[in-house]
Design a protein around this ligand. Sequence first.
Ligand SMILES: [Zn+2]
Length: 99
Amino acid sequence: MKVYSCCGHDTVVKRIYCPSCGTPDLQELEVSDHGTIYSFTKIHVPPVEFAEIAPYNVVLVQLIDTTAKVTGRLMGEVSIGDSVELDRVEAGAYIYKKV
Ligand SMILES: [Zn+2]
C-alpha cells in the first residue's frame, strides 16, 4: 500500500501539503500491507449500513517499515500485537485479516 512521507511522518491519507512544513512535495512510498494491531474496538451496535456484519472490530494497524498507522476492519477475535495483513479494500475501507 502507499504512504505519503515528509518531516519524518508517514500517513496513508494523501495530503496536498505537509501539515508540518507546508511543502507540496510529499514523498510517495510503497510499503508492506502487513502490520500489527496497535489498538482496536469491537463494534456491537453498528451504523445501519454495517448491521449485517456486526459484531466486528475497528482496528488501528501499525504498518511495518513506516510510522503510518491505518484504520481498518477485522472480523473475529483480535488482540493487541496480533500480526495482520490487508485482505482487500471494500467501499474505501481497509479490511484486514490475521496472519
Ligand atoms: Zn514536511
